[in-house]
Design a protein around this ligand. Structure first.
Ligand SMILES: NC(=O)c1ccc[n+]([C@@H]2O[C@H](COP(=O)([O-])OP(=O)(O)OC[C@H]3O[C@@H](n4cnc5c(N)ncnc54)[C@H](OP(=O)(O)O)[C@@H]3O)[C@@H](O)[C@H]2O)c1
Length: 311
């Protein structure tokens, strides 16, 4: 490895707050592997946190690549293993040092672009679905359905025997695609759902969350996963009062709940590699064009994952 590596770094003088630059490669701690990154995915969250970082810092939460140096303490995967990795910084670079507890392995030949979308979007969808309890034969409403989390949630809900109801602002444009991923119904608003649902996985928040709560069946749960809408969550007076057969729950959600990440990252990477899950990458390109992806993500016009190929 050279004395410098290519990275997308914070530069507050740029309109986007980011630029391509050369920085020293990371040094690996005893419980960390060094990964040669092949692809990284972008999220609204890591773009937002980059604003608070210093000039020259390397942001980025999720990246996939190959282990090129195993952990010094003997833990974790061997050199040459494909891995997908999470961290609060450092994904948007050619090399990344990662704690062995923050990665999952993938089968040989895995598409690094596909598995780079596992740590945030796929993992959130999986863990949100688990919060819903038993899913077999139940209707699960998924808002923000064309997004990274939404598309995984539809597929995983279908795999888990549920009937996914997808909510998108653009049903005419995306209905066929979302049905192809496993949606039973595609609607423009929770209020359009004719039958009550057992679960809502809400990635939007605001007034839409309030309307989604209204469609919950007795015993149902709304999982408040995302907050993209700017409006407040104001419930009409009495909306949270339960009568007989009207018990419903709203739960907050964060995907990093203290349970081990590795097994879930590994299982999701296996599903992607054998084609049981689709990554729904809607923008894929070299990091020379990364600003196009950032603009689309910030404008909300991406409707899927954006992934940068490094090699
Ligand atoms: N709590 C956690 O642990 C956790 C983990 C991951 C993500 N998140 C959060 O979950 C949210 C979704 O993440 P994501 O990666 O799926 O985002 P994304 O890929 O940007 O997609 C979100 C989708 O939401 C819809 N949407 C966007 N802005 C909206 C608005 N103002 N009103 C109504 N709908 C809107 C869009 O779908 P349509 O155009 O089809 O309606 C969009 O495709 C984000 O807020 C993210 O920060 C939270």
């Amino acid at each position: 490895m050279g004395i410098c590596m290519r990275a997308l770094i914070v530069d507050h003088a740029q309109p986007s707050g980011l630029r391509l630059g050369d920085v020293p490669p990371p040094t690996r701690g005893p419980g960390e592997v060094l990964v040669e990154v092949g692809a990284f995915a972008l999220n609204n969250g890591d773009l937002a946190t980059a604003i608070d970082m210093g000039d020259g810092d390397v942001p980025g939460w999720e990246a996939a690549g190959y282990v090129i140096e195993a952990a010094g303490d003997g833990s974790g995967p061997a050199v040459g293993t494909p891995v997908t990795t999470f961290g609060v910084t450092g994904a948007w670079a050619e090399y990344r040092a990662v704690d062995v507890g923050m990665l999952g392995t993938a089968p040989k030949g895995a598409d690094l672009a596909a598995i780079s979308t596992v740590p945030v979007a796929a993992n959130s969808a999986l863990r949100a679905l688990r919060r819903s309890g038993p899913t077999l034969g139940r209707r699960i409403m998924i808002t923000g359905a064309t997004g990274g989390v939404g598309r995984y949630a539809i597929q995983l809900a279908r795999m888990a025997g549920a009937q996914p109801v997808a909510v998108t602002r653009y049903p005419d444009e995306f209905a066929d695609e979302l049905r192809g991923l496993g949606a039973d119904a595609v609607i423009a608003d929770p209020a359009d759902c004719p039958d009550p649902v057992h679960t809502v996985i809400d990635t939007v928040g605001g007034p839409l969350l309030v309307r989604a709560f209204d469609r919950l069946d007795n015993g149902g749960v709304l999982i408040a996963l995302g907050h993209l809408a700017t409006g407040a969550e104001s419930f009409p007076r009495g909306a949270l009062m339960a009568g007989p057969g009207q018990n419903r729950t709203i739960v907050s959600f964060h995907q990093f709940d203290g349970t081990p990440l590795g097994p879930d990252f590994t299982w999701l990477s296996e599903q992607l590699t054998r084609g049981a899950l689709l990554p729904s990458i809607n923008w894929r390109g070299s990091w020379q064009h990364v600003h196009d992806a950032i603009t689309a993500l910030r404008r909300g016009t991406l409707h899927g994952k954006a992934v940068i190929d490094l090699r």
